[in-house]
Design a binder for this molecule. Structure first.
Ligand code: SF4
Length: 331
């Protein structure tokens, strides 16, 4: 559905009680090709008056923060959990959130962004499916329908505590880095027709110790993953996997036990003409001793149970590999 049709539907909407008290409904606004999609809480007085999102005092804070983060407001897309103002800016109610959710989802489907940013705890709860303090939620990258979900403070919170501006800005910067990073390339099923194909070979591993496997967290995206990297010219898959595991985890006692599986996928950058076809071979490995000291691109490590790995791993492919590793460890 086009954004214009979505806006018409929002302006006509009477699905929850808020239509009776609104002056204007507030459709989503921004670039239809936006790579970053911001979700706030609900329109305030000025938004209700103008029928546009984030045009009041909180909007000024958002604009300031976007500018500091190196993002242009006209290049992103903005909407909220609700598209009509709750009386006296009270909190959104559960039934209002549910009635308005289809509008939000339709906007996200129409724009198809690379990353979604939840501004405030209501947006976090709706998008992540669970409640959390923003101060905690912002420390991890979540997932919304296969997209990275970055949670941060609502700009209105900055009006009350100016100290939060630096966190809002650094989280918006993180969203920018995310969409510019390799992890947000478009992962496609079938590669695009009529484009040049380039094969990429990579190898990685699942390191285990005492029934747990080692995950590392990428610093820039705060995203948990398994160690892996490109195979260098003349290098065997096993050697490449071992080298990548040692480099990325800092462990020196790694011994490869067996090959686990191959993961294949294709991806592309929308702006270029190449289909990358990547094949990664994973190995099961053991590290009986030593404390991990991840390389500079990673800021954390964790020895995980299967349930913890399922909770933390962002990419479904990594999760498939980890599950195979746990099966092999149990045998
Ligand atoms: S808040 Fe959403 S569901 Fe309720 S009337 Fe407005 S647009 Fe419709």
């Amino acid at each position: 559905m086009s954004l214009e049709e979505l806006a018409r539907q929002v302006r006509r909407c009477r699905k929850c009680r808020l239509w009776k008290t609104r002056e204007r409904a507030v459709p989503g606004e921004g670039d239809r090709n936006a790579r970053i999609f911001l979700v706030g809480e609900a329109p305030g007085r000025e938004e209700d008056r103008q029928g546009r999102p984030f045009v009041g005092a909180a909007g000024k804070i958002l604009n300031e923060s976007l500018e500091k983060a190196g993002l242009k407001r006209e290049g992103i897309f903005i909407t909220s959990v609700l598209r009509c103002r709750p009386p006296r800016n009270r909190n959104p109610r559960k039934d209002e959130i549910e009635e308005c959710r289809p509008h939000l989802e339709a906007y996200i489907d129409a724009v198809d962004p690379y990353a979604v940013v939840a501004l405030g705890s209501f947006a976090h709860r709706v998008l992540a499916g669970r409640s959390a303090k923003v101060s905690e939620a912002r420390l991890e990258t979540g997932e919304y329908r296969g997209r990275p979900l970055i949670s941060t403070y609502h700009p209105a919170a900055v009006l009350y505590n100016r100290q939060l501006l630096k966190h809002l800005t650094s989280d918006l910067k993180r969203a920018k880095e995310f969409v510019e990073s390799e992890d947000t390339r478009v992962i496609s099923g079938p590669a695009r027709r009529g484009k040049r194909d380039v094969s990429v070979r990579a190898a990685g591993g699942v390191i285990h110790r005492k029934g747990r496997v080692l995950l590392i967290r990428k610093k820039s995206e705060r995203l948990w993953c398994l160690p892996k990297g490109h195979v260098e010219t003349g290098e065997s898959l096993e050697h490449a996997a071992l080298r990548e595991m040692e480099e990325e985890t800092g462990l020196g006692s790694i011994r490869i036990e067996r090959e686990l599986c191959d993961i294949e996928y294709s991806y592309y950058w929308p702006q270029d003409d190449i289909n990358y076809r990547k094949k990664v071979t994973y190995f099961l490995a053991r590290a009986p001793k030593g404390k991990p000291e991840p390389e500079f691109r990673f800021d954390k490590y964790k020895w995980c149970t299967e349930a913890e790995a399922a909770e933390l791993l962002f990419h479904q492919n990594d999760l498939r590999v980890a599950r195979k590793a746990f099966e092999a460890i149990r045998k």
